[in-house]
Design a binder for this molecule. Structure first.
Ligand code: GDP
Length: 297
């Protein structure tokens, strides 16, 4: 279960305040110390933790929470609100183009869930907007990647444009976009190559695709299970490509919370969707407030 350890530790930290008619400054200091440790243990970025703790402490002191009625409840509320803020406050919708097609470029490391997410997103658009997406197979380095995309697309009845593995990905995207124009697809979802780690050649290729396609949305897929590495990956991709949104995958797994809580603050880019399973229907819009409630349990 995601966030299990974090939820338990946050609850424990705040439980100790419960039943106290009055919370002393030293009670608050102790609680904040425990919250800080809980977040660090959950692999939340150090600076994010520092800012978070500072905000909560200032609000708790400033609003005379310690003097008021039911201070424990008020502190829980402050923690909830600050968690929400750390994750971006509001859900951020998918960017859309004024004229069709809206072009979405999927980027991310190999294994993060890029191809799966491309399929999930296509299905979501189909189901919710009656859209007619076209997917473009731009990962030419692994023949299995194209097969996988074709299989995913067949399962959700969405067409794929592909030219095999011998054509330059930029050229594939160029021809795929022409095809979408001809067929009046309202969305184009470009699947791109991933690597086990960020490398210069991959980034150059992605930058070239971006330059050609002018995507409305560059969605970076990161694996929530990888914690701080997910954050470093996000920084790397964002630095080179200026992504427009993040998809956090594998939140159904045993993830600690670090990625969910750090990515927005560290990169400035919103998490737009979360992947919560291997099925094509397991993609949800990311709502910071709901995620905060889930983390607090
Ligand atoms: P890519 O290399 O980035 O294209 O990654 P894939 O789309 O091939 O996904 C890698 C693996 O992660 C596959 O086995 C997917 O089924 C799995 N996967 C992707 N998203 C999720 C998710 O949200 N939850 C779970 N449990 N598995 C996922």
């Amino acid at each position: 279960m995601a966030f299990e350890g974090l939820t338990e530790r946050l609850q424990n930290a705040m439980r100790k305040l419960r039943g106290k008619g009055k919370v002393s400054e030293s009670d608050l200091r102790e609680t904040m110390r425990e919250i800080r440790l809980a977040l660090l243990e959950a692999d939340v970025n150090f600076t994010v933790v520092k800012d978070f703790v500072k905000q909560v402490r200032e609000r708790a002191m400033g609003a005379d929470v310690l003097e008021g009625l039911n201070p424990a409840q008020q502190i829980v509320k402050i923690v909830d609100e600050e968690l929400t803020k750390t994750m971006g406050d509001e859900a951020v919708p998918l960017n859309k183009s004024a004229k069709i097609p809206t072009i979405i470029m999927m980027v991310g490391l190999q294994g993060a869930g890029k191809t799966t997410t491309a399929g999930k997103l296509a299905l979501k658009l189909k189901n919710e907007e009656n859209a007619r997406p076209l997917m473009i197979a731009g990962d030419v380095y692994r023949p299995a990647a194209i097969d996988q995309l074709v299989q995913v697309a067949a399962g959700i009845d969405v067409p794929v444009f592909q030219l095999g593995t011998d054509v330059d990905p930029v050229e594939i995207v160029r021809q795929g976009l022409a095809q979408a124009e001809k067929d009046h697809n309202d969305y184009v979802i470009i699947d791109t190559a991933g690597r086990l780690q960020i490398d210069e050649q991959l980034m150059d290729e992605l930058a070239n695709i971006k330059e050609l396609a002018h995507p409305d949305e560059i969605l970076l897929t990161v694996d929530a299970m990888t914690g701080q590495n997910a954050v470093a990956t996000a920084e790397g991709f964002n630095g080179k490509l200026d992504v427009t949104g993040v998809v956090l995958t594998k939140l159904d797994g045993d993830t600690r919370g670090g990625a969910a809580l750090s990515i927005r603050s560290v990169t400035g880019k919103p998490i737009k969707f979360i992947g919560q399973g291997e099925k094509m229907t397991d993609l949800d819009v990311f709502h910071p407030d709901r995620m905060a409630s889930r983390i607090l349990g």
